[in-house]
Write a protein that binds this ligand. Sequence first.
Ligand SMILES: [Zn+2]
Length: 260
Amino acid sequence: MENFVTIAKFENIFEADLARGLLEDNGFEVNLLNERVVSLAPGIASNKLCLELQVPAGQEAKAMAFLSESTKDSDTEALLKSEGAILEGHFKLTSGRHSNLYIEKIKLLQNPLLAKTLCSRLAALITDHDIDCVVGPAYGGIALAFEVASILDKSFVFTQRKDGEMTIRSGFDLSEIKRAVVIEDIVTTGGSVVEVIQCLNDRNIEVSMVGALVDRSGGAVDFGVPFMSLLQLDIPSYDPEECPLCQSGIPITKPGGSDK
Ligand SMILES: [Zn+2]
């Protein structure tokens, strides 16, 4: 039997699958060690085992070069599409305009392993910042901020809107919190994040950066602190009269949106 060597290790099946797909698409023979065990019991297995991606001996340098070529952006986009968090089709937006892309926010949280994968990438962006707390706005940011806090071993709080005003959920002890990072799921106008930053500043908590899974602002936001996202996504929208999808006769759907 051919001799396989390990070129990368992964903590979960999403990352491993993407890497394997990339290599297979480029003609590599790939062996994923421990795959079956992790697939059967992801929660348990990921704590005890790791997935080892292997290629035949002699091909490791070339395979690793292919892997490093895959950028975080396209990776994250592929993950979100595969989980149905980014939908492609023909959609009628709340504004009345039409688009070929729609973000189903809640799908970001439905698969905890996906959320964990994305949060570990977010956490990696934050490690340089000296913070003591990770803050997420309700409700989309809560699970994400909690997971990032857990990975970085920092404390966690969340904010929520009370009588229209952004506030920190009562009961949290803020006395030890001096510097925080704010984690949001999707930044569109950035309005909520601005309110969260103000809310923290009012309590003498400095915000050192903002992190988001998806930045669809088109670079229009300025939080006054560094802002990093895993994916910058432009979502085109069309006036119904000028929509190319309508002109192609593609049926339109009006997704989600009524639970706010
Ligand atoms: Zn249309």
